[in-house]
Each structure stands twice: as C-alpha cells, then as structure tokens.
Design a binder for this molecule. Structure first.
Ligand code: T3D
Length: 258
C-alpha cells in the first residue's frame, strides 16, 4: 500500500496520507513520498492548487514513534532535517495555494504541517495537539515559527508547553485555522476551495504567498519594496490583463494561470 496517494483532477493535486492504522503517523517512507508528491504538483503545468488530507479517522499523529525506537531507525536530527523541514519548505515555497483538509486529530508534526498550509479547514470532530512536550521534544516542522504568528506568543507558548488538545471550533475562534466544517461536508468544502483557487490567477496568488512569507521577517520598508516588485510582476501577467478586460467588458474572466 502506498503511504501517500496522489491524483490530479480539475487543476488540483490531491495528496492523501495513507497509513490509517497508525493515524497517518510519518515514517521515512511517507515523509519522502510527501516531498515527492509536492514536487510532482510543483512540476505539473496542469496543477494550480494542492489539497492535503488524511485517510481514516486522523489527519496525522506526527512522527511514527515506533520508527524512532526501532533498531536502525532514523535519528532525531535526520528526521527533522530530512523529513519535516523539506516538507514545510515545499509547502511554503510552492508557487500555488495549498489547502489542508484536517479530517481528524492532527498531532505533533501532523499539526504543524496542517498549520503551514495556506488555508486550513478542519472537520468539527478534528483537533490539534502540540504533542511534542509530552514526550520531551520541542515543537518542530515550523511550529515555533508558525503558531505564534497565527495565534500570538502567549497562547502559542501555553499550547506548546501544556500540549493541550485544541478542538477545531476553538482553533477557528483563536485564528489558528480558516474554518470548521461539518465532518460529512469537510472534503466537499475543502475540494471546492481548492478548485476555486485552481481557477484563479495562479501567479497573483503565488506572489501573494511570497509577500506573506516575507511579511513574517521584513520591516515595513522592505515589505513595501517587495509589494512594489511583486505587483509589477503580477501586473505583467496574462491573468491581470484578462481580469481587467473581463471587468470592463462585464463578463466572467477566464484565467489561465499565466
Ligand atoms: O524523533 C522524533 O520523534 C522527532 C520528530 C518529532 C515530530 C513529532 O511529530 S513528535 C510527536 C509525535 N506524536 C505524538 O506524540 C502523538 C502520539 N499519539 C497520540 O498521542 C494519540 O495517538 C492521539 C492523541 C494522536 C490519538 O489518540 P487516540 O486515542 O484517538 O488513538 P490511539 O489509540 O492512541 O492510536 C490509534 C493507533 O495509532 C494505536 O495503534 P494500535 O494500538 O491500534 O495498534 C497507536 O499506537 C497508533 N499511533 C498513534 N499515534 C502514533 C501511533 N503509532 C506510532 N506513532 C504515532 N505517533
């Protein structure tokens, strides 16, 4: 059984973590397969949005703890360096929106992968756990970067130190995720969001993502300079031209992602 299933439909690459018996926890095979799936999406001209979800009752329980304790299992440093860091960097740098459909519990690296996505939608029964502290680790997979920026330093500190289980509805209220959806409608809603994004001006969305990525560390002057540069690039795309013409001609625009 492949640990990641991948298929493309209507401009969306659907990436599903597929180790339901262990709550889609990451072993080396699944981490490398996730990296490859993100590369495949990035290199496919037909793909203009990505959707990540999990098979079964969990999104992902983070690191497969049986793997790290196994004889000849990977060591912690190589796990972070070779498994999770490349996944997070790919999600943040891929030139298109990435949607997470969090279908159940998202713990440890699983939570921080979901939170690194551009738009995170969760099933009402889902939850988020910064589980690391409970086993003596620190939050990885970009968690110490992403979570304080989403919900503020104080709340992030508490969740990371206490390892509280945060229900999807509370995650939405505190701004950790975009929205909660009823369990049975989660995939439909997330797919609709991804398909809508795949019809939008892909380059403009990619430049928006680049600006947001940099806003975390730039000062105001640098960010204004970056906006100026990216707006110039957006203004020279086919889709900008199409968007303006369609507005003036009072018709629906047909964007090509160019
Ligand atoms: O070296 C390093 O580790 C560095 C990398 C760190 C990155 C990380 O992600 S560290 C954090 C690792 N994750 C965790 O600590 C979470 C562990 N899991 C849990 O706390 C719970 O399973 C959940 C709260 C996520 C869900 O609880 P529950 O009661 O709904 O399910 P369960 O019964 O605990 O789990 C169901 C099965 O999945 C069970 O197997 P079994 O008994 O049916 O054969 C359980 O062992 C397995 N499972 C769940 N999480 C993991 C796992 N197996 C391996 N690794 C897991 N992380």
């Amino acid at each position: 059984m492949n640990s990641i299933s991948y298929n493309v439909s209507d401009g969306v690459a659907f990436i599903k973590m597929n180790r339901p018996d262990v709550l889609n926890s990451f072993n080396r095979d699944m981490a490398l397969a996730m990296q490859k799936a993100l590369d495949d999406a990035a290199n496919d001209q037909q793909v203009r949005a990505v959707l990540i979800t999990g098979e079964g009752r969990a999104f992902s329980a983070g690191q497969d703890l049986a793997e790290v304790t196994a004889e000849n299992g990977p060591d912690i440093r190589s796990i972070v360096k070779e498994h999770y860091n490349p996944i997070i960097l790919r999600i943040r740098s891929i030139d298109m929106p990435v949607v997470a459909a969090v279908n159940g519990v998202a713990a440890g690296a699983g939570a921080n992968i979901a939170l690194a996505c551009d738009i995170t939608v969760a099933a009402r029964s889902a939850s988020f756990i910064q589980a690391f502290s409970k086993i003596g680790l620190i939050p990885d997979s970009g968690g110490t970067f992403t979570l304080p920026r989403l919900i503020g330093f104080g709340k992030a500190s508490a969740l990371m130190m206490l390892g509280d289980k945060v229900k999807a509805e509370d995650a939405e209220k505190m701004g950790m995720i975009y929205k909660v959806e009823d369990d049975e409608k989660l995939l439909e809603t997330a797919t609709q969001i991804a398909k809508t994004l795949a019809q939008m001006p892909t380059k403009g969305l990619a430049y928006t993502k680049e600006a947001l990525n940099n806003s975390a560390t730039n000062d105001l002057q640098k960010q204004l300079d970056l906006e100026e540069k990216l707006q110039k690039q957006a203004g020279s795309t086919y889709d900008y031209n199409e968007g303006v013409n369609a507005f003036l001609e009072k018709r629906k625009p047909v964007f090509k992602g160019e």
